[in-house]
Ligand binder design. Structure first.
Ligand code: NAI
Ligand code: MG
Length: 358
Protein backbone atom coordinates (compact mmCIF):
# COMPACT_ATOMS: atom_id res chain seq x y z
CA UNK A 1 0.00 0.00 0.00
CA UNK A 2 1.12 3.57 -0.66
CA UNK A 3 1.60 6.22 1.95
CA UNK A 4 -1.46 6.72 4.09
CA UNK A 5 -2.62 10.29 4.45
CA UNK A 6 -4.49 11.58 7.48
CA UNK A 7 -6.17 14.94 7.94
CA UNK A 8 -6.14 16.24 11.49
CA UNK A 9 -8.31 19.03 12.94
CA UNK A 10 -6.46 20.96 15.63
CA UNK A 11 -8.49 22.73 18.31
CA UNK A 12 -5.89 24.22 20.69
CA UNK A 13 -8.52 26.08 22.77
CA UNK A 14 -7.28 28.12 25.73
CA UNK A 15 -4.26 28.74 27.93
CA UNK A 16 -1.53 26.11 27.79
CA UNK A 17 -3.76 24.15 25.40
CA UNK A 18 -2.39 26.43 22.67
CA UNK A 19 1.23 25.91 23.80
CA UNK A 20 1.12 22.12 24.02
CA UNK A 21 -0.90 21.58 20.82
CA UNK A 22 1.64 23.59 18.84
CA UNK A 23 4.44 21.51 20.40
CA UNK A 24 2.52 18.37 19.44
CA UNK A 25 2.16 19.57 15.85
CA UNK A 26 5.92 20.16 15.61
CA UNK A 27 6.65 16.62 16.83
CA UNK A 28 4.00 14.98 14.61
CA UNK A 29 5.28 16.79 11.50
CA UNK A 30 8.82 15.74 12.36
CA UNK A 31 7.75 12.15 12.91
CA UNK A 32 5.82 11.96 9.61
CA UNK A 33 8.90 13.24 7.79
CA UNK A 34 11.28 10.87 9.60
CA UNK A 35 9.32 7.69 8.86
CA UNK A 36 7.74 7.54 5.45
CA UNK A 37 4.73 5.34 6.13
CA UNK A 38 2.20 8.17 6.42
CA UNK A 39 1.47 11.85 5.81
CA UNK A 40 -0.38 14.25 8.06
CA UNK A 41 -2.16 17.46 7.14
CA UNK A 42 -3.42 19.89 9.76
CA UNK A 43 -6.12 22.50 9.88
CA UNK A 44 -6.45 24.70 12.95
CA UNK A 45 -9.72 25.99 14.42
CA UNK A 46 -9.88 29.02 16.73
CA UNK A 47 -12.76 27.62 18.82
CA UNK A 48 -11.89 28.97 22.26
CA UNK A 49 -12.92 31.19 25.14
CA UNK A 50 -11.45 34.17 23.27
CA UNK A 51 -13.91 33.47 20.43
CA UNK A 52 -16.75 33.04 22.94
CA UNK A 53 -16.01 36.40 24.54
CA UNK A 54 -15.97 38.08 21.13
CA UNK A 55 -18.87 36.31 19.42
CA UNK A 56 -20.91 34.78 22.26
CA UNK A 57 -20.39 31.22 20.99
CA UNK A 58 -17.63 28.65 21.22
CA UNK A 59 -18.66 26.82 18.06
CA UNK A 60 -20.02 27.95 14.71
CA UNK A 61 -23.36 26.37 13.73
CA UNK A 62 -21.73 24.00 11.25
CA UNK A 63 -18.93 22.91 13.61
CA UNK A 64 -19.88 19.22 13.53
CA UNK A 65 -20.01 19.15 9.73
CA UNK A 66 -16.64 20.84 9.64
CA UNK A 67 -14.88 18.36 11.92
CA UNK A 68 -16.56 15.30 10.39
CA UNK A 69 -14.36 15.85 7.31
CA UNK A 70 -11.23 14.94 9.30
CA UNK A 71 -9.72 11.58 10.22
CA UNK A 72 -9.10 12.73 13.80
CA UNK A 73 -9.28 15.74 16.09
CA UNK A 74 -6.57 16.91 18.50
CA UNK A 75 -7.99 19.07 21.27
CA UNK A 76 -5.97 21.17 23.76
CA UNK A 77 -8.00 22.47 26.70
CA UNK A 78 -10.84 24.86 27.33
CA UNK A 79 -11.32 27.16 30.31
CA UNK A 80 -10.68 30.82 31.07
CA UNK A 81 -10.57 32.65 34.40
CA UNK A 82 -13.41 34.97 33.36
CA UNK A 83 -15.81 32.34 31.91
CA UNK A 84 -17.69 29.96 34.26
CA UNK A 85 -16.31 26.43 33.79
CA UNK A 86 -19.72 24.90 33.02
CA UNK A 87 -20.15 27.33 30.12
CA UNK A 88 -16.74 26.54 28.62
CA UNK A 89 -16.96 22.77 29.12
CA UNK A 90 -20.48 22.44 27.67
CA UNK A 91 -19.82 25.11 25.03
CA UNK A 92 -16.87 23.36 23.45
CA UNK A 93 -15.62 20.01 24.71
CA UNK A 94 -18.92 18.29 25.51
CA UNK A 95 -20.55 19.98 22.49
CA UNK A 96 -18.14 17.95 20.33
CA UNK A 97 -17.78 14.64 22.25
CA UNK A 98 -21.46 13.97 22.80
CA UNK A 99 -22.87 14.50 19.27
CA UNK A 100 -19.82 12.81 17.73
CA UNK A 101 -20.75 9.73 19.80
CA UNK A 102 -17.28 9.48 21.29
CA UNK A 103 -18.69 7.27 23.99
CA UNK A 104 -15.46 5.62 25.11
CA UNK A 105 -12.92 7.77 26.86
CA UNK A 106 -9.67 5.85 27.27
CA UNK A 107 -6.95 6.91 29.69
CA UNK A 108 -3.79 4.84 29.86
CA UNK A 109 -1.54 5.51 32.85
CA UNK A 110 1.95 4.30 33.57
CA UNK A 111 5.18 5.66 35.01
CA UNK A 112 7.44 6.84 32.18
CA UNK A 113 11.16 6.02 32.26
CA UNK A 114 13.12 8.71 34.10
CA UNK A 115 10.12 9.81 36.17
CA UNK A 116 8.94 8.68 39.58
CA UNK A 117 5.64 8.11 41.27
CA UNK A 118 4.90 10.10 44.46
CA UNK A 119 4.12 6.68 45.95
CA UNK A 120 7.13 5.38 47.78
CA UNK A 121 8.06 1.82 46.84
CA UNK A 122 6.17 1.85 43.56
CA UNK A 123 8.45 0.44 40.85
CA UNK A 124 7.57 1.50 37.31
CA UNK A 125 5.93 -1.74 36.26
CA UNK A 126 3.58 -1.82 39.25
CA UNK A 127 1.46 1.04 37.95
CA UNK A 128 0.24 0.22 34.46
CA UNK A 129 -3.47 0.86 34.07
CA UNK A 130 -6.07 1.73 31.47
CA UNK A 131 -9.10 3.62 32.69
CA UNK A 132 -12.17 3.39 30.44
CA UNK A 133 -14.58 6.21 31.11
CA UNK A 134 -18.21 6.23 29.99
CA UNK A 135 -18.24 9.43 27.98
CA UNK A 136 -21.79 10.02 26.79
CA UNK A 137 -24.27 9.91 29.68
CA UNK A 138 -24.27 9.10 33.41
CA UNK A 139 -23.81 12.08 35.68
CA UNK A 140 -22.87 14.34 32.74
CA UNK A 141 -26.01 13.70 30.71
CA UNK A 142 -27.10 17.29 31.30
CA UNK A 143 -30.47 16.15 32.61
CA UNK A 144 -31.85 18.46 35.25
CA UNK A 145 -33.07 21.93 35.92
CA UNK A 146 -33.19 24.91 38.19
CA UNK A 147 -36.46 26.43 39.36
CA UNK A 148 -37.66 29.26 41.60
CA UNK A 149 -34.36 31.08 41.23
CA UNK A 150 -33.93 33.73 43.89
CA UNK A 151 -36.66 32.31 46.16
CA UNK A 152 -35.98 30.68 49.46
CA UNK A 153 -37.38 27.47 47.93
CA UNK A 154 -35.13 27.54 44.88
CA UNK A 155 -34.19 24.06 43.75
CA UNK A 156 -31.80 22.35 41.35
CA UNK A 157 -31.67 18.77 40.10
CA UNK A 158 -28.87 16.93 38.31
CA UNK A 159 -30.18 13.56 37.18
CA UNK A 160 -27.79 10.77 36.24
CA UNK A 161 -28.87 8.82 33.17
CA UNK A 162 -27.95 5.16 32.69
CA UNK A 163 -29.36 3.62 29.53
CA UNK A 164 -29.04 -0.05 28.67
CA UNK A 165 -27.58 0.93 25.31
CA UNK A 166 -25.01 3.26 26.92
CA UNK A 167 -23.96 0.84 29.68
CA UNK A 168 -23.75 -2.16 27.41
CA UNK A 169 -21.57 -0.53 24.74
CA UNK A 170 -19.07 0.85 27.29
CA UNK A 171 -18.91 -2.50 29.15
CA UNK A 172 -18.28 -4.33 25.90
CA UNK A 173 -15.53 -1.86 25.01
CA UNK A 174 -13.98 -2.21 28.49
CA UNK A 175 -14.01 -6.02 28.39
CA UNK A 176 -12.42 -5.92 24.93
CA UNK A 177 -9.75 -3.52 26.22
CA UNK A 178 -9.05 -5.80 29.19
CA UNK A 179 -8.87 -8.82 26.87
CA UNK A 180 -6.25 -7.07 24.69
CA UNK A 181 -3.87 -6.68 27.64
CA UNK A 182 -1.70 -9.41 29.16
CA UNK A 183 -3.41 -9.37 32.56
CA UNK A 184 -6.94 -9.77 31.10
CA UNK A 185 -8.33 -8.24 34.27
CA UNK A 186 -11.16 -5.71 34.59
CA UNK A 187 -12.35 -3.80 37.64
CA UNK A 188 -15.89 -2.43 37.29
CA UNK A 189 -16.12 0.63 39.54
CA UNK A 190 -19.52 1.27 41.07
CA UNK A 191 -21.41 2.84 43.96
CA UNK A 192 -24.33 0.46 44.02
CA UNK A 193 -24.47 0.31 47.80
CA UNK A 194 -25.71 3.91 48.00
CA UNK A 195 -27.10 4.52 44.51
CA UNK A 196 -29.55 1.68 44.24
CA UNK A 197 -31.05 2.41 40.82
CA UNK A 198 -28.60 3.59 38.21
CA UNK A 199 -25.57 1.90 39.75
CA UNK A 200 -27.33 -1.43 40.32
CA UNK A 201 -28.40 -1.27 36.68
CA UNK A 202 -24.75 -0.57 35.69
CA UNK A 203 -23.58 -3.60 37.72
CA UNK A 204 -26.19 -5.86 36.15
CA UNK A 205 -25.21 -4.87 32.62
CA UNK A 206 -21.55 -5.57 33.53
CA UNK A 207 -22.45 -9.04 34.79
CA UNK A 208 -24.39 -9.88 31.65
CA UNK A 209 -21.68 -8.61 29.25
CA UNK A 210 -19.06 -10.51 31.28
CA UNK A 211 -20.66 -13.78 30.14
CA UNK A 212 -19.33 -13.10 26.63
CA UNK A 213 -15.78 -12.70 27.98
CA UNK A 214 -15.04 -15.88 29.97
CA UNK A 215 -11.29 -15.31 29.48
CA UNK A 216 -11.38 -11.95 31.31
CA UNK A 217 -11.24 -11.95 35.11
CA UNK A 218 -13.52 -9.25 36.43
CA UNK A 219 -14.67 -7.85 39.74
CA UNK A 220 -16.76 -5.01 41.14
CA UNK A 221 -15.34 -2.36 43.43
CA UNK A 222 -16.93 0.62 45.17
CA UNK A 223 -15.44 3.89 44.00
CA UNK A 224 -14.39 5.04 47.47
CA UNK A 225 -12.53 1.79 48.11
CA UNK A 226 -10.99 2.10 44.65
CA UNK A 227 -9.16 5.32 45.62
CA UNK A 228 -7.38 3.60 48.50
CA UNK A 229 -6.58 0.56 46.37
CA UNK A 230 -5.00 2.78 43.69
CA UNK A 231 -2.71 4.26 46.33
CA UNK A 232 -1.97 1.16 48.39
CA UNK A 233 -2.09 -1.73 45.91
CA UNK A 234 -1.42 -0.32 42.43
CA UNK A 235 -0.15 -3.64 41.17
CA UNK A 236 -3.51 -5.33 41.77
CA UNK A 237 -5.19 -3.17 39.10
CA UNK A 238 -5.08 -3.42 35.31
CA UNK A 239 -8.13 -2.20 33.32
CA UNK A 240 -10.81 -0.10 35.02
CA UNK A 241 -14.25 0.89 33.77
CA UNK A 242 -16.18 3.62 35.54
CA UNK A 243 -18.97 6.14 35.01
CA UNK A 244 -18.39 9.57 33.53
CA UNK A 245 -17.99 11.25 36.95
CA UNK A 246 -16.19 8.45 38.79
CA UNK A 247 -13.65 7.98 36.00
CA UNK A 248 -13.13 11.73 35.70
CA UNK A 249 -11.98 11.82 39.31
CA UNK A 250 -10.10 8.50 39.35
CA UNK A 251 -8.13 9.42 36.23
CA UNK A 252 -6.81 12.65 37.72
CA UNK A 253 -5.70 10.62 40.75
CA UNK A 254 -4.13 8.06 38.41
CA UNK A 255 -2.24 10.77 36.53
CA UNK A 256 -0.87 12.24 39.76
CA UNK A 257 0.15 8.78 41.02
CA UNK A 258 2.00 8.18 37.75
CA UNK A 259 4.03 11.35 38.25
CA UNK A 260 2.13 14.36 36.89
CA UNK A 261 -1.07 15.44 35.22
CA UNK A 262 1.29 16.93 32.61
CA UNK A 263 1.99 13.51 31.07
CA UNK A 264 -1.49 11.95 30.94
CA UNK A 265 -3.25 11.36 27.61
CA UNK A 266 -6.88 10.69 26.81
CA UNK A 267 -8.76 9.48 23.75
CA UNK A 268 -12.43 10.18 23.10
CA UNK A 269 -13.32 7.33 20.78
CA UNK A 270 -16.26 6.54 18.56
CA UNK A 271 -15.52 2.80 18.38
CA UNK A 272 -17.95 2.44 15.44
CA UNK A 273 -15.65 4.82 13.49
CA UNK A 274 -18.66 6.62 12.03
CA UNK A 275 -17.30 9.89 13.45
CA UNK A 276 -13.75 11.11 13.95
CA UNK A 277 -12.33 10.46 17.40
CA UNK A 278 -10.82 13.21 19.51
CA UNK A 279 -7.48 13.06 21.31
CA UNK A 280 -6.47 15.42 24.12
CA UNK A 281 -4.18 15.75 27.11
CA UNK A 282 -6.10 15.19 30.36
CA UNK A 283 -5.03 18.50 31.87
CA UNK A 284 -6.84 21.82 31.57
CA UNK A 285 -5.80 25.27 30.42
CA UNK A 286 -3.67 25.88 33.57
CA UNK A 287 -3.93 29.67 33.88
CA UNK A 288 -1.30 29.61 36.62
CA UNK A 289 1.46 28.73 34.12
CA UNK A 290 0.03 30.06 30.85
CA UNK A 291 2.55 32.08 28.85
CA UNK A 292 5.56 31.00 30.91
CA UNK A 293 6.70 28.38 28.39
CA UNK A 294 6.91 25.70 31.08
CA UNK A 295 3.87 23.56 30.22
CA UNK A 296 4.73 19.89 29.93
CA UNK A 297 4.09 18.82 26.32
CA UNK A 298 4.48 15.09 27.11
CA UNK A 299 0.73 14.56 27.65
CA UNK A 300 0.14 15.90 24.14
CA UNK A 301 2.93 13.74 22.68
CA UNK A 302 1.49 10.64 24.35
CA UNK A 303 -1.98 11.72 23.13
CA UNK A 304 -0.55 12.00 19.60
CA UNK A 305 0.86 8.47 19.89
CA UNK A 306 -2.57 7.20 20.96
CA UNK A 307 -4.08 8.92 17.92
CA UNK A 308 -1.57 7.28 15.57
CA UNK A 309 -2.34 3.90 17.10
CA UNK A 310 -6.07 4.47 16.56
CA UNK A 311 -5.45 5.52 12.93
CA UNK A 312 -3.59 2.27 12.29
CA UNK A 313 0.04 3.36 12.71
CA UNK A 314 1.18 1.35 15.77
CA UNK A 315 4.87 1.41 14.78
CA UNK A 316 4.86 5.20 14.58
CA UNK A 317 3.09 5.34 17.95
CA UNK A 318 5.68 3.05 19.55
CA UNK A 319 8.54 5.04 18.05
CA UNK A 320 7.11 8.30 19.37
CA UNK A 321 6.74 6.86 22.89
CA UNK A 322 10.26 5.44 22.78
CA UNK A 323 11.57 8.89 21.83
CA UNK A 324 9.55 10.56 24.61
CA UNK A 325 10.79 8.10 27.26
CA UNK A 326 14.39 8.41 26.09
CA UNK A 327 14.05 12.15 26.62
CA UNK A 328 12.47 11.91 30.08
CA UNK A 329 15.08 9.30 30.97
CA UNK A 330 17.88 11.68 29.95
CA UNK A 331 16.59 14.23 32.49
CA UNK A 332 15.09 16.73 30.01
CA UNK A 333 11.87 17.35 31.92
CA UNK A 334 9.59 20.27 32.74
CA UNK A 335 9.17 21.57 36.27
CA UNK A 336 6.07 19.48 37.07
CA UNK A 337 8.33 16.41 36.74
CA UNK A 338 11.05 17.98 38.87
CA UNK A 339 13.14 19.26 35.95
CA UNK A 340 13.83 22.72 34.61
CA UNK A 341 13.41 22.33 30.85
CA UNK A 342 11.03 24.58 28.95
CA UNK A 343 8.26 23.29 26.66
CA UNK A 344 10.34 24.07 23.58
CA UNK A 345 13.42 22.25 24.92
CA UNK A 346 11.46 19.06 25.56
CA UNK A 347 9.90 19.38 22.09
CA UNK A 348 13.27 19.83 20.37
CA UNK A 349 14.76 16.95 22.35
CA UNK A 350 11.95 14.61 21.28
CA UNK A 351 12.42 15.63 17.61
CA UNK A 352 16.18 15.03 17.88
CA UNK A 353 15.53 11.63 19.45
CA UNK A 354 13.13 10.69 16.63
CA UNK A 355 15.87 11.59 14.12
CA UNK A 356 18.36 9.47 16.03
CA UNK A 357 16.00 6.47 16.12
CA UNK A 358 15.09 6.54 12.41
P1 NAI B 1 -5.41 22.19 35.15
O1 NAI B 1 -5.23 20.82 34.64
O2 NAI B 1 -5.49 23.27 34.13
O3 NAI B 1 -4.23 22.53 36.18
C1 NAI B 1 -4.08 21.84 37.41
C2 NAI B 1 -2.64 22.03 37.91
O4 NAI B 1 -1.76 21.21 37.13
C3 NAI B 1 -2.14 23.46 37.76
O5 NAI B 1 -1.29 23.77 38.85
C4 NAI B 1 -1.34 23.42 36.48
O6 NAI B 1 -0.28 24.34 36.43
C5 NAI B 1 -0.79 21.99 36.48
N1 NAI B 1 -0.67 21.50 35.09
C6 NAI B 1 -1.67 21.10 34.29
N2 NAI B 1 -1.21 20.73 33.10
C7 NAI B 1 0.13 20.89 33.13
C8 NAI B 1 1.17 20.69 32.18
N3 NAI B 1 0.94 20.25 30.93
N4 NAI B 1 2.44 20.98 32.57
C9 NAI B 1 2.69 21.42 33.80
N5 NAI B 1 1.76 21.62 34.74
C10 NAI B 1 0.48 21.37 34.41
O7 NAI B 1 -6.76 22.21 36.02
P2 NAI B 1 -7.48 23.44 36.73
O8 NAI B 1 -6.47 24.42 37.23
O9 NAI B 1 -8.43 22.85 37.67
O10 NAI B 1 -8.35 24.12 35.59
C11 NAI B 1 -7.95 25.24 34.81
C12 NAI B 1 -9.01 25.45 33.73
O11 NAI B 1 -8.95 24.34 32.82
C13 NAI B 1 -10.45 25.51 34.25
O12 NAI B 1 -11.15 26.47 33.49
C14 NAI B 1 -10.99 24.12 33.96
O13 NAI B 1 -12.38 24.12 33.77
C15 NAI B 1 -10.26 23.80 32.67
N6 NAI B 1 -10.13 22.35 32.43
C16 NAI B 1 -10.34 21.94 31.14
C17 NAI B 1 -10.18 20.63 30.80
C18 NAI B 1 -10.38 20.25 29.38
O14 NAI B 1 -10.47 21.09 28.51
N7 NAI B 1 -10.43 18.98 29.05
C19 NAI B 1 -9.78 19.62 31.79
C20 NAI B 1 -9.53 20.15 33.11
C21 NAI B 1 -9.71 21.48 33.40
MG1 MG C 1 -11.08 15.89 34.63
Amino acid sequence: PGRQSYSIALIPGDGIGIEVIHAGQVVLKHLAKAIDTFDLSFEEFDWSSARYKKEGKYLPDDALEQVRRFNAIIFGAVGAPDVPDHISLWGLRLALCQPLQQYANVRPTRILRGTTSPLSNCPRGDLDWVIVRENSEGEYAGHGGTSHIGQEWSVATEVSIFTHHGCERIMRFAFETARSRPAKHLTVVTKSNAQRNGMVFWDNVAASVAKDFPDVKWEKMLVDAMTTRMVLKPKSIDTIVATNLHADILSDLAAALAGSIGIAPTSNLDPTRKNPSMFEPIHGSAFDITGLGVANPVATFWTSAEMLRWLGQPDAADLLMLAVENVTDSGIKTQDLGGNAKTVEVTEAVCAEISKLT
